[in-house]
Design a protein around this ligand. Structure first.
Ligand SMILES: [Zn+2]
Length: 312
């Protein structure tokens, strides 16, 4: 079964990107996540992109073809071991056309791989969404709906991670950044915000799955709260009753039970007969209020405590 992150990516690649501006923004982010440049004869540049996700490979291929300047080829390397995924290699052989493509995507210039050039790609809101989608497709991951909410973009350079963080912050998403194993992670931990982001990027089915899981979790918590509350009430009733029964036995052993006023004697006998009953139930059996029942039991307790003949 594919992971939830893979399912999200499979859904995201179906999001339509008709506008050229957005296609370039998405492609730029995708290539930043997983591409490397090669240098061929006459200093011509080439491009390699590797991914384990077939849908992502198709998306990069489609975007490169839409761009129209270069001719990509794909090869698949089959997984040699079980539980390992196939790898998809996209290769654009070194050619004079690669340089202008890289330049238009902001990947060349004074500082190769820097993201200062992405400002142009990120000017419009539509393009910023496409850029984030490309980044998620290239290096994003998200926990399955039953697990703790967590989504992250794994970038291999700080400037790129920082750009992602700025774009997300500009859209009011609460994000954090951390580093691990030479990579930078831009992460989100709020379930609702993650749903909003995935909806914006074009994965409504994934959002639905997250919603179902969230609702189930809420119902389960509610049931747990009710059960805990009932258990606590029951516990209180039982421990109060144990003390009352002890007090009544004390009065009885001292021969004081029969000397009680009739209403209190009646209550004492009823408590002995019904040790599990709540105050309301006792009150009901005697045709009095819960408060009156509580009052009589309190008096019985204090009589047992304070009687002169008491031996401790
Ligand atoms: Zn756009």
């Amino acid at each position: 079964m594919p992971s939830f992150a893979t399912e999200v990516k499979n859904e995201l690649v179906r999001a339509s990107t008709r506008k050229t501006c957005c296609q370039n923004a998405e492609l730029a982010a995708l290539l930043r996540m997983g591409a490397s440049m090669t240098i061929g004869p006459a200093m011509n540049l080439g491009l390699n992109f590797v991914t384990e996700n077939a849908a992502v490979a198709r998306r990069v291929l489609q975007l490169l073809k839409a761009n129209g300047q270069v001719k990509p080829e794909v090869t698949v390397s089959r997984a040699k071991r079980l539980k390992k995924n196939n790898s998809y290699f996209l290769r654009v052989a070194p050619s004079p056309q690669v340089r202008p493509l890289m330049e238009s995507l902001g990947m060349l210039g004074d500082n190769e791989g820097s993201v200062g050039h992405d400002k142009g790609l990120l000017r419009r809101q539509c393009c910023r969404k496409a850029y984030l989608r490309g980044a998620f497709l290239g290096g994003g991951t998200v926990n399955r709906p039953e697990a703790k909410a967590h989504l992250e973009f794994v970038a291999n350079s700080y400037p790129f991670a920082n750009t992602l963080m700025q774009v997300l912050k500009k859209m009011d998403f609460p994000v954090g950044i951390t580093d691990r194993k030479n990579n930078y992670q831009v992460y989100m931990k709020d379930g609702e915000e993650i749903m909003d982001l995935l909806a914006m990027l074009g994965a409504p089915k994934a959002v639905e799955q997250l919603e179902v899981a969230r609702n189930l979790r809420e119902v389960r918590n509610q049931v747990n709260r009710l059960v805990n509350c009932e258990t606590a009430n029951l516990q209180r009733t039982v421990s109060a009753s144990v003390a009352q029964v002890q007090a009544i036995h004390q009065l009885k052993s001292r021969g004081e039970l029969d000397k009680l006023p009739p209403k209190m004697a009646e209550m004492a006998r009823l408590r002995l007969a019904e040790p599990d009953a709540s105050l309301s139930e006792l009150g009901e059996m005697l045709g009095i209020s819960r408060g009156a029942a509580a009052n009589r039991l309190r008096k019985i307790m204090s009589l047992a405590d304070s009687s002169p003949g008491e031996v401790k």
